[in-house]
Ligand binder design. Sequence first.
Ligand code: UN1
Length: 511
Amino acid sequence: MTINAIDLATETKTLLSELGVQTDRFTGGTLRVTSPVTGKEIGALKEHSAADAKAAVAEAHKAFLAWRSVPAPKRGELVRLLGEELRAAKTALGRLVSIEVGKITSEGLGEVQEMIDICDFAVGLSRQLYGLTIATERSEHRMMESWHPLGVVGIISAFNFPVAVWSWNAALALVCGNSIIWKPSEKTPLTALATQALFEKALKRFVAEGGQAPANLAALLIGGRELGEVLVDNPKVPLISATGSTAMGRAVAPRLSQRFARAILELGGNNAAIICPTADLDLTLRGVAFSAMGTAGQRCTTLRRLFVHESVYDKLVPRLQKAYGSVSIGNPLESGTLVGPLIDKQAFDKMQSALAEAKAAGGTVTGGDRVENDASEAYYVRPALVEMPSQSGPVEHETFAPILYVMKYSDFDEALELHNAVPQGLSSSIFTNDMREAEAFVSARGSDCGIANVNLGPSGAEIGGAFGGEKETGGGRESGSDAWKSYMRRATNTINYGKTLPLAQGVKFDV
Ligand code: UN1
């Protein structure tokens, strides 16, 4: 079937009703949503106002005051039920992600799997919100730390992982005893409506089974930037977790620090891989192809810079060019497709101007052109491989499109230096079978990123590790490891169980 002839509006409607969303939530409104697959409209949502957002914060704060007293393992039970709803809805929600974002089928499903995984993780965590017991210098005293719920957590998410990023934050925030308010990207509100409906289903079951949950524990705000601003500036929101561009982070961060609020910022990445002389080139080819072309180059963790040792350059680069020339691009809903569309025309224009800049800086471009098909309002592109004489111009910026800049190196330390010489610091990788290079890369003098991998690409992280990066990436950590600590406040408690009052540091104060 030609792409233009696919009726995604009808399928979206069917999926949304299967997922529990009423039709009037996504019809007849002002926020128009198009599927990047066809470029045609699939929904028109009613939008919230800034006043609605303000009221939502007040309600969420009330919910927090009750939820914080529900025992953490009981809070975990709600998240367990959410995980069950997500499991049952995986096919439908995964399909909706593919329709709304243009991801290939396995990646749409993979996104929902990531949500299920973090729910499982958070359920276990709900019994492991450990604090330390600390040796005290005072006799008959005990010192410990306690982790307490924080308050309302504001979640601002981007189009490219429209629901997984919410789940990383929501699952942790909820078991940690917080209420949540979500402002999804204007480009992907339909998957947000569906996810919220699944959450509400889980909540109903939780209450039916005797769980104590306050009203307005989790809210969803549909609309533009002004709603995010209400969250960012509201003193009743102690933590904002925001995913998006570095420009967005620059606007948000000072406003948060102005009121001493916490921030988890997941901003731009400019992720690289170093390909060493001993690299397994078959494995490298696959790792690079997935990381650079997968999701049409629209992951924060997408591979954007490649440093190839001069001894393997002429072996690897022609093979990569071949893969770039033959990769299947087209309807992401069809099996066999590996590269779907860009999100919209703006993304296409930005890609073209980065390629023009690269040419002006001496780059040789393979691919990058628009793939013509009958969907004239959609933007399909051939991923671009750009051989660059040096790391300059567009190589230093994140362009949210499938462009891989390739550079030749001769000295490992020099490659490492170039690797770290960009302002962003999210993810990174090295392909080598030389143990010294591999260990150096993950050592203190190696990659300066939040994620550093050996013999796999920079994208496609599991939820068990902390996710986030340094420098202009914003410094936040979400998901696994001890990222939960950002969603709680720490109290140090000292308890005197004796009859005297020894003071710390030997201070005497006898009255
Ligand atoms: C993002 O692109 O915003 O590591 C997140 C990955 C995914 C998450 C990416 N698990 O590529």
